[in-house]
Design a protein around this ligand. Structure first.
Ligand code: GRG
Length: 296
């Protein structure tokens, strides 16, 4: 299976759907919502939702609203994260941040609207038993809220400049970034009616992938001078390279990738996209996907 065309086709599908959910309008808020939502981005979370749905036997159409909603929640978190009260960044996805273009007030409202609309979009799913839909929505809400991303962001702010331990960095990453990535995988699985063993396997995959993703993001931030925004080091952030050094962080990312792949063992060719994504995520920081430990 060739991953690049798969990712490109899925990203186009998400892009089209997001654009259709929020057509152009005259209101400044709508323009600002579209500016951030359609600014590019890898669309990795919605692609994971579609790919996990496939493994559980859910047709793409049935999973698409949740996939879009999760990307909307992710976009809101980026818009708010960039605000002067948080990371105070000027660039996101290579473009001026929302508050730089539309002002802080509108940027706050963009986040508020995207988060709220995400729940409307999830609730608009058709062809899925209501019990499954509610279970998936609760999962996403928990991952986005105090127990997950928002709580992780609060820990992250509190840890700035403290030289956090590895355990603390891991706890922050698990909630701030890992929780929503995990929910993206689980949403597809739940909507597809995955049985408990499959849901456990996909959850293990999502947990390890989420950690690998954030470790790689930390490594890229520390090594890629072209990255957007102020560096983690400049912000005094709690990071894996800060706790383990660069080599240690790369090794940790490879270990998480291996664990993610192990969780998919026995799932056959339908899980190929999920395997490819795990390889791809870590390869961004480590060069060739084959580098490091083989899947045991
Ligand atoms: C403000 C509630 C609130 C939460 C913010 C996720 C987050 C919490 C902040 C983002 C800060 C950040 C850059 C974290 C590193 C990992 C991450 C989420 C990177 C951006 O995600 P990608 O790489 O971005 O999927 P694209 O642009 O491809 O969508």
């Amino acid at each position: 299976m060739r991953l690049a065309p798969y990712l490109a086709a899925r990203a186009r599908l998400i892009e089209r759907e997001l654009a259709a959910l929020f057509p152009p309008g005259r209101a400044r808020l709508r323009q600002a919502m579209r500016y951030s939502l359609l600014a590019g981005g890898k669309r990795i979370r919605p692609i994971l939702t579609l790919a996990a749905g496939e493994v559980a036997g859910a047709p793409v159409k049935r999973v698409l609203p949740f996939a879009c909603a999760i990307e909307m929640i992710h976009t809101y978190s980026l818009v708010h994260d960039d605000l002067p009260a948080m990371d105070d960044d000027d660039l996101r996805r290579g473009k001026p941040t929302s508050h730089k273009v539309y002002g802080e007030g509108v940027a706050i409202l963009v986040g508020d609207a995207l988060l709220t609309e995400a729940f409307r979009v999830m609730a608009s799913t058709s062809g899925v038993a209501p019990g499954r839909m509610v279970a998936a929505m609760m999962d996403v809400a928990r991952a986005a809220g105090e127990e997950g991303m928002v709580g992780g962001q609060a820990l992250d702010l509190a840890a700035e400049g403290t030289g956090a331990t590895l355990a603390r960095v891991r706890a922050i990453h698990r909630r701030k970034t890992g929780a929503l990535l995990l929910a993206a995988v689980r949403a597809g699985a739940i909507l597809g009616g995955a049985r408990p063993a499959l849901l456990r396997a996909l959850s293990a995959y999502g947990t390890h992938l989420g950690l690998a993703f954030q470790i790689v993001d930390d490594v890229l931030d520390a090594t890629d001078p072209s990255a957007d925004g102020r560096t983690d080091a400049a912000l005094g952030k709690a990071t894996y390279p800060g706790a383990l050094g660069l080599d240690g962080a790369v090794t940790a990312a490879l270990r998480e990738r291996t664990a993610a792949l192990r969780a998919l063992r026995g799932l056959g060719s339908v899980a190929e996209p999920l395997r490819g994504i795990a390889e791809h995520v870590v390869a961004r920081a480590c060069g060739k996907p084959a580098r490091g430990a083989a899947v045991a």
